[in-house]
Design a protein around this ligand. Structure first.
Ligand code: KG4
Ligand code: ZN
Length: 344
C-alpha cells in the first residue's frame, strides 16, 4: 500500500511516498531555513506564504521520484497538528483537495506521533513493542509508551520549554545562529562541557516530567556574569560581550545538562516499564551527544533513524498513515481540521 504523506506544520514543506509503512519510495523536503535565518526564528506569516509556493511542486516531485502517478497512490496522510496554524492550513487544504479530486482515502495525522514513525522507515530491524519513545522536537518533549501501533500513553513531559525550544533560545541568546540545535551542537564541539555546572531540574525521583526553564535562566545568569553585565542589561547586547570560547563553553555545558536530564529520565522510564525497544524522535534526536549518551547508559541496543528523518519530513507522516489505513481511520475531506494545539 502506497501512502502519500504531506507535512507543513512549521517551516518545512514536505511530501513523500512510503510503501507499507516502511519503504521509502520518495522523500522531498523544501526547507525554509534561509528565509527565517535572518530573523533568528520561524516567522509564521513568512512560513505560510512559502508553503503556498512550494506545496504543489513538492507533491509533484514526490510522485515523480517514487516513479508513480496518482493511480499508484492508495491514500493521503497529512499532518493536522500540532504546529503553526497558517502553515498547517496549507498542507491540510492541499490534502483535502487532492483527496476529493483524486478520490483517495484521507488520514489526519498527529505530527508528534508521526515523529516516532521515522524509526520504522527503511530498516531491516524495526522497533518492537512495547516501545518507549523519547520525543524531543522544537515544540514537544515527552516520553511515550506504545503497546502497539496507535495504542500509546504519554508517561511524562516537559513542564515548560521543549528540548528544541531550549536549544533555540540559548542559541539566540549567544548569537550562534539558526536553527539553534545544530548551532549549539557545533559550538559545543569546541567548548568544555564541564566549564559550568548548571542545575538539572528535579521534579521528584519517580516523575517522568522535567523542566528546562531553570536551566535557561542559569545559562543567562552565567553569561551575564561572564560579560560583567547586570540583570537589567538588554539581552541583545549580551553576546557581543562574550568571547567565542566563553560561548562555546556555555553551549557545551548547556547541551550536556539537557542531555543528562533526558538520559536520566529515559533510564528511569526504561527501568520502570522494561520496554522491548527504545527510540528517539523529533529534531533533537539528531543530536549526536544525546544519541551517544543514550546508547552508553541504556542497557538496550538502540537503532537510530537517520538524521534527515529525525527533523520534519513527510515520510514519517506517510508511515503512520499506513497504520491509520489498516485500522480504517480514513476521514472525509470535510472532516479534516487543522488543529494547532492537537495533543498526543
Ligand atoms: O522535529 P523538528 O524538526 O520540528 C518540530 O516538530 O519542532 O525539531 C526542530 C528542533 C529545533 O528546535 C532544532 O533546534 C532542533 O530540533 N534540532 C536539534 C538538532 N537538530 C535539530 N537540537 C539539538 N541538536 C541537533 N543536532
Ligand atoms: Zn517536528
Amino acid at each position: 500500500m502506497n501512502i502519500l504523506g504531506i507535512e507543513t506544520s512549521c517551516d518545512e514543506t514536505a511530501a513523500a511516498v512510503v510503501k507499507d509503512g516502511r519503504q521509502l519510495l520518495s522523500n522531498v523536503v523544501a526547507s525554509q531555513i534561509d528565509l527565517h535565518a535572518k530573523y533568528g526564528g520561524v516567522v509564521p506569516e513568512v512560513a505560510a506564504r512559502s508553503h503556498i509556493e512550494q506545496m504543489l511542486p513538492v507533491v509533484e516531485e514526490a510522485l515523480a521520484c517514487a516513479k508513480l502517478d496518482w493511480s499508484g497512490i492508495d491514500g493521503i496522510a497529512v499532518t493536522a497538528g500540532p504546529g503553526l496554524l497558517g502553515s498547517l492550513l496549507i498542507g491540510t487544504l492541499t490534502a483535502k483537495t487532492l483527496a476529493e479530486v483524486k478520490t483517495k482515502p484521507l488520514y489526519a495525522i498527529n505530527h508528534v506521533e508521526a515523529h516516532v514513525y521515522a524509526n520504522f522507515l527503511d530498516t531491516t530491524s524495526p522497533p518492537s513493542f512495547p516501545l518507549l519513545a523519547l520525543v524531543v522536537s522544537g515544540g514537544h518533549s515527552q516520553f511515550v509508551l506504545f503497546q502497539d501501533h496507535l495504542n500509546y500513553q504519554v508517561l511524562g513531559q516537559t513542564r515548560d520549554d521543549a528540548a528544541g525550544e531550549a536549544f533555540d533560545k540559548i542559541a539566540k541568546l549567544l548569537d550562534l545562529g539558526f536553527p539553534g540545535g545544530p548551532a549549539i551542537a557545533s559550538a559545543a564541539l569546541r567548548g568544555d562541557a564541564s566549564a559550568f555546572a548548571f542545575p538539572k531540574a528535579k521534579l521528584g525521583h519517580d516523575s517522568l516530567d522535567y523542566s528546562f526553564s531553570g536551566l535557561k535562566t542559569a545559562v543567562l545568569r552565567q553569561a551575564q556574569e561572564l560579560a560583567g553585565l547586570d540583570h537589567t542589561a538588554p539581552l541583545s547586547t549580551l553576546s557581543a560581550e562574550l568571547t567565542n570560547q566563553q560561548k562555546n563553553d556555555l553551549a557545551a555545558s548547556f547541551q550536556k545538562t539537557v542531555v543528562d536530564t533526558l538520559v536520566d529520565r529515559a533510564l528511569y522510564a526504561f527501568e520502570k516499564y522494561r520496554p522491548e525497544s527504545v527510540v528517539i524522535a523529533g529534531g533533537v534526536a539528531a543530536n549526536q551527544l544525546l544519541r551517544d549518551e543514550l546508547k552508553r547508559r541504556l542497557p538496550i541496543d538502540i537503532n537510530y533513524a537517520p538524521m534527515q528523518l529525525c527533523t520534519d519530513n513527510a515520510a514519517m507522516v506517510a508511515a503512520l498513515g499506513y497504520h491509520y489505513a489498516k485500522a480504517g481511520k480514513a476521514i472525509s475531506p470535510a472532516e479534516l481540521v487543522a488543529d494547532s494545539a492537537l495533543k498526543m
